[in-house]
Ligand binder design. Structure first.
Ligand code: ADP
Ligand code: MG
Length: 285
């Protein structure tokens, strides 16, 4: 098991008028190598949750384990944890600070104690895997587009060779093409590096085709947890918490209700097309 949360509760501004119970008794296990999507509308506790994974936030109550070790036990190295569990923030600007892209990405590995040369090697490999073109390596990270900035921020975390990569709404603010490019790149990284990837999003549609598992957060608690097919099967319940299954789920259910025995669990357009053609083909013969 890579990460494990036991009865994790987090309260902002406890015992004041601003008290907010952001996480309430969350239990969660994330196996190594899993591609997990975390979904929920704004304020459901997603960002608070993931900051517990690398020890940026300390639970008000409960325990966080990384590889079976309590990360808040005395003597545990949070610095080492944060190099193994990398977090890409929602706003990449918050994570960029050096004058040029290459120096920016070198910062992490150098901080780990690697030589200039080794750091550069790691940085170049990371920038390649994050899909940033070489011509930008000497640019100021602040002059780049939103999508390119995200790639630099992702590379900065990858250069640490993390075992877990967490991305908080990496598609926020991008146009549909930029969004698809980044998601494809993340899926490729998961495939290529065989690392655990945790992807936070507020859109089911976006992540449905990529992840192994979806965790739905609502009001600081786990609302649903399962494979995309298992979670989307509860599409009516999802609506009651302000979320929706992918549009294709609705179409397939409507077709089914109209008497066409299609697979209502199809998640992608391709799966749906196959299933519809199968049923129609069956009608002909
Ligand atoms: P999400 O990432 O799903 O939008 P958050 O984890 O940011 O959710 O927020 C969960 C709850 O905690 C919300 O009610 C939010 O208003 C509150 N919250 C988040 N950050 C802070 C903060 N720094 N101080 C006080 N309350 C906060
Ligand atoms: Mg958030």
């Amino acid at each position: 098991m890579s990460l494990k949360l036991e009865h994790v509760t987090y309260t902002y501004n406890p015992e004041s008028v601003y008290e907010t119970h952001a996480l309430k008794d969350v239990n969660l296990e994330i196996p190594s190598g899993q591609f997990l999507g975390i979904i929920g509308h704004t304020g459901s506790g997603k960002s608070t949750l993931i900051q517990h994974f690398n020890g940026l936030m300390r639970p008000t109550a409960g325990t966080v384990y990384y590889k079976d070790e309590n990360i808040w036990q005395e003597g545990y190295s949070l610095k080492q944890l944060r190099s193994q569990v990398g977090l890409v923030f929602q706003y990449p600007e918050h994570q960029l600070f050096e004058a040029d892209v290459l120096s920016d990405v070198c910062f992490g590995p150098k901080n780990l104690g690697l030589s200039e040369e080794e750091a550069k090697e790691r940085a170049v490999a990371a920038l390649r895997q994050a899909g940033l073109k070489e011509k930008y390596y000497t640019s100021s990270p602040f002059d780049l587009s939103g999508g390119q900035k995200r790639r630099v921020a992702i590379a900065g975390v990858l250069a640490m060779n993390p075992e877990v990569l967490i991305l908080d709404e990496p598609t926020a603010g991008l146009d549909p093409k930029g969004r698809d490019d980044i998601l494809e790149q993340i899926a490729y990284l998961h495939e290529e590096r065989k690392i655990t990837v945790i992807l936070v999003s507020h859109s089911m549609e976006d992540i449905a085709r990529y992840v192994d598992r979806i965790l739905v957060m609502n009001q600081g608690q786990k609302a649903f947890d399962g494979t995309p097919k298992e979670v989307f099967a509860k599409y009516k319940e999802l609506e009651t918490i302000g979320l929706a299954a992918p549009q294709i789920t609705y179409i397939m259910h409507d077709l089914y209700d109209a008497g066409l025995a299609v697979d209502t669990q199809a998640i992608t357009i391709e799966e749906a097309k196959e299933s519809i053609l199968n049923v129609l083909g069956g009608l002909k013969s």
